[in-house]
Design a protein around this ligand. Structure first.
Ligand code: ADP
Ligand code: MG
Length: 691
């Protein structure tokens, strides 16, 4: 049983409301709201041994206190303790304060030490006057916790409330249920729960602070493990629930898939065949498939998805294919027309820009069931779009969508209790153990090889000052019959300005290279224009395509073998890799030029170096995880999925094999504890995703 937070002394309705913003509803939640750092007020530090960056308690005598006048009035107080001198600097002060800090007065201060112009300083330290010189320095027994907090909730009140809750815990008035099985605690050598919690709120003075700060302390690992397990259990449980739901079993004689393969200009790679076999087996079952296909840029995910679509159509059902951008949706549509029209399959297209009569007709055809495959952007799950017999939902470039969008589309199929199968595709490959945890609600297939004959893209990093050289290189490439992308960076967040930048670049290049046929593609063109430009580029009626990042995902023109990315220093690693994936799709040698402006930051240099050194999506993802952290890379931060409190998917990666090993075991062997574990750890984001 959990105890409502209002039962804690000092918590009224108003405070309780503020605590909910920290996801604290019960007193127990407060105990799991852990410090993100600590201050050491357990000992007095000799001034002489301070270094800039330290946070410390000092005690000494005021040597001199003076007001300095200048641009900004301030109070400067020199304090010495026999080992050294430190300056206290106050910008806000009143006359009484100045008076109290007179020469000869003893003060105790706590604050961050920084290097000032002449000596070490503390700016606005916490301080108090020590009245009795005989007073024994009375310092704290524990490190002082610093909690993440929220508006109108003071650090000090949070500290006090937590201290009260800990007292209750120590007195046995509050009980934290141990949810980890004894066998697990033993196997991992983990301490018991309440000991770990107590320790992390009030670490003893001799704690290894570096371990704590790196979140690598055994007490933290124990909680991190529990949190990761809770997340994985929650996702896995969702998958088990989904498996109990009904889906149409898509049985067919494989007529269409055989026909299409016979008609393709290439043979499927072994990896593609293996992954399709896994999908095919799923589709035969009367429970909804929930499969994620991971494959690097260019590994050929589209054709695998199309084969799955064909199986669905042959079994008499409809397919929805959702892509994150209009250009990609349009390209999928063109591919499907080319591949499926010969098989007499009817295909439609829906995007936010489809309006009026044509939209009404398309929607009507979907509802009537005369359209068999529908491609589109997220416009696919607008309310009035209804499917007669939707049995397969394919989501391309999943990391671009939120969980909610995915679920919204899934619900389109709930007719007579039949859920559609789901196939989710992503080009953000991540290590297997990580995938098992964060995609515990999905089955994962990996297309782990590129089609034969692909050559790695040579990548060069070039300063803007050599732009004219690069322009000449573009001219040469086009003269040899190759095609080129010129990608303009996001100079501003504003789409208008981005498009403007692309327009300017296109004009400049047209002036410099009058012999070339140059096209322009950006988000503000109307659909028909975008379509036309893409078609012209595909059919080699254009040599050079100047574009914004609208071409980032999916675009496929094998004859393009040179890409210039302007302001490459501003892009993230994953995005650069995706963009670069637009070249190297044909048989020629391809080159990607990363143009950069000005001097590079450390992070930008690391990113560009990674791009130069490797073409391997897994390696890129690994480095990206290191540079940016998993929340950003996997989009979980944006979508609110798996917001972790103690655990860190990267720092605690080595816990994942054991977490994965215990996930199903926990559900099966400890069914009574599952709900409590999820309740304790899984944040609102994931709870919401379940609705
Ligand atoms: P991605 O996995 O990035 O979505 P695509 O599905 O767009 O990759 O495929 C990239 C290119 O490779 C396309 O031109 C596609 O036709 C081609 N392709 C796919 N599979 C094969 C294969 N087995 N052999 C040769 N080319 C292939
Ligand atoms: Mg793709």
């Amino acid at each position: 049983m959990l105890t409502p937070i209002t039962e804690l002394k000092g918590v009224g309705a108003r405070l309780a409301e503020r605590l909910t913003r920290l996801n604290v509803f019960f007193i127990e939640d407060l105990l799991f709201h852990l410090p993100f750092r600590y201050e050491d007020r357990t000992r007095l530090v000799p001034v002489g041994s301070l270094r800039a960056g330290d946070e410390a308690v000092i005690q000494g005598t005021v040597e001199l206190a003076q007001i300095k006048f200048g641009k900004k009035r301030m109070l400067l107080v020199h304090v010495t303790d026999g080992t050294g001198m430190i300056l206290l600097r106050f910008f806000y002060f009143n006359a009484q304060q100045k008076e109290a800090l007179a020469r000869g007065v003893r003060v105790r201060c706590f604050g961050e030490v920084r290097a000032g112009p002449k000596s070490l300083e503390m700016v606005h330290p916490e301080y108090r006057i020590v009245v009795d010189p005989e007073e024994i320095p009375n310092v704290d027994e524990h490190l002082t916790p610093v909690y993440p907090t929220t508006e109108q909730l003071h650090q000090l009140s949070l500290r006090q409330l937590t201290r009260r809750a800990l007292e209750q815990l120590a007195q046995g008035k509050l009980h934290l249920q141990e949810l980890l099985p004894a066998a697990l605690l033993e196997e991992m050598h983990y301490p018991e729960l309440s000991a770990a919690v107590q320790y992390l709120h009030q670490p003893p003075p001799d704690v290894a602070l570096e371990l704590l700060e790196e979140r690598n302390h055994p007490m933290q690992l124990r909680l991190a493990f529990e949190e990761l397990l809770a997340q994985a259990v929650s996702l896995r449980q969702r998958r088990m629930r989904a498996h109990r739901e009904q889906a149409p079993a898509l049985n067919c004689a494989d007529k269409y898939t055989t026909q299409l393969q016979a008609q393709l200009p290439f043979k499927l790679t072994d990896a593609q065949q293996r992954v399709f076999a896994e999908i095919r087996a799923d589709l035969h079952k009367a429970e909804p498939m929930q499969r994620l296909v991971q494959g690097d840029v260019g590994s050929g995910k589209t054709i695998v998805a199309v084969l799955a679509a064909l199986q669905t159509v042959e079994a008499g059902y409809q397919v929805a294919l959702m892509a994150p951008t209009e250009i990609l949706a349009e390209q999928h549509y063109q591919n499907l027309l080319r591949w499926l029209t010969p098989l007499n399959i009817s295909i439609a297209w829906i995007s936010g820009k489809l309006k009026g009569k044509s939209r009404r007709e398309t929607v009507a055809a979907l509802t009537a069931g005369t359209v068999q495959v529908c491609v589109g952007t997220h416009a696919l799950f607008q309310e009035d779009v209804e499917f007669a017999r939707l049995a397969l939902v394919i989501i391309d470039e999943q990391h671009r969508f939120g969980v909610h969008q995915r679920l919204a589309l899934r619900n389109k199929g709930v007719k007579a209790q039949l859920h559609p199968h789901q196939l989710i595709m992503t080009a953000t490959p991540i290590p297997r153990t990580l995938a098992m945890t964060i995609y515990a609600d999905l089955d994962v297939s990996v297309i782990d090889a590129l089609p034969p004959g692909r050559k790695p893209v040579e990548t060069v990093v070039v300063p803007e000052s050599r732009r004219s050289e690069i322009v000449q290189r573009v001219a040469q490439a086009c003269q040899q019959g190759r095609q080129v992308y010129w990608v303009c960076a996001l100079i501003e967040e504003s789409e208008v300005l981005q498009c403007q930048a692309a327009e300017d670049t296109a004009r400049d290049l047209a002036e410099a290279l009058p012999q070339l046929r140059i096209g322009l593609l950006h988000g503000r063109l109307v659909t028909a224009q975008k379509e036309q430009v893409m078609q012209q580029f595909k059919q080699h009626q254009l040599d050079l395509l100047v574009a914004t990042t609208v071409i980032e995902v999916g675009v496929d023109v094998p004859n393009a073998s040179l890409m210039i990315i302007e302001n490459a220093e501003r892009f993230g690693l994953a995005q650069l890799h995706q963009l670069r994936g637009r070249v190297g799709r044909g048989t020629q040698d391809s080159v990607c030029v990363l143009l950069y402006h000005g001097s590079l930051s450390q992070l930008a240099r690391e990113r560009l170096k990674a791009m130069r050194e490797t073409n391997d999506g897994f390696e890129i993802a690994r480095r990206d995880l290191e540079i940016r952290g998993p929340g950003e890379v996997l989009g979980t931060k944006q979508t609110g999925l798996m917001q972790l409190r103690v655990a860190d998917l990267l720092k605690h990666q080595r816990l994942l094999p054991a977490v994965n090993r215990w996930t199903e075991k926990f559900i099966v062997e400890h069914p009574g504890e599952v709900a409590a574990l999820i309740q304790r750890w899984v944040g609102e984001g994931t709870r919401f995703a379940d609705v």
